[in-house]
Design a protein around this ligand. Structure first.
Ligand code: 5GP
Ligand code: ZN
Length: 115
């Protein structure tokens, strides 16, 4: 399932360019166009899911694949053991693209709490 108006569905369909770092059956990972850290990769399901809030029990395998991809990206970028995974849900939290994406951030010290 995809949404022709969705930016990330269009990246999945290769209608828009992206620096893809991992391509699996159900998961794609590509570098954020506006990186907030030396490593800033977005890990997304290829199917359109609006946010983490729309994830249900039947997505179990997909979630496992997403997390496996996150870890693989972290290892490939040399940040394993020290990175942050963030997903924003809704405008109040800063979500600007309504297609589930896990931000993988690393390569610099991270402060807490996030802004
Ligand atoms: P959000 O604000 O929804 O949590 O994160 C959306 C992210 O997508 C932002 O970090 C933004 O820089 C990134 N982004 C927006 N448009 C594009 C694009 O066309 N290509 C890529 N690679 N990243 C994008
Ligand atoms: Zn989408």
């Amino acid at each position: 399932m995809s949404d022709g108006d969705c930016l990330f569905c269009r990246i999945v369909a290769r209608e828009l360019p992206a620096e893809v770092v991992l391509d699996r059956d159900e998961v794609l990972a590509f570098r954020d166009v506006n990186p907030q850290a030396p490593t800033h990769v977005l890990v997304i399901p290829k199917q359109h899911i609006a946010s983490l809030e729309a994830v249900a029990e039947h997505h179990g395998e997909l979630l496992a694949a997403l997390v496996a991809a996150v870890n693989q990206v972290a290892r490939a970028d040399g940040v394993a053991g020290g990175f942050r995974v963030v997903t924003n849900i809704g405008r109040a939290a800063g979500q600007s693209v309504d297609h589930l994406h896990l931000h993988v951030l690393g390569g610099r010290p991270m402060s807490w709490p996030p802004g």
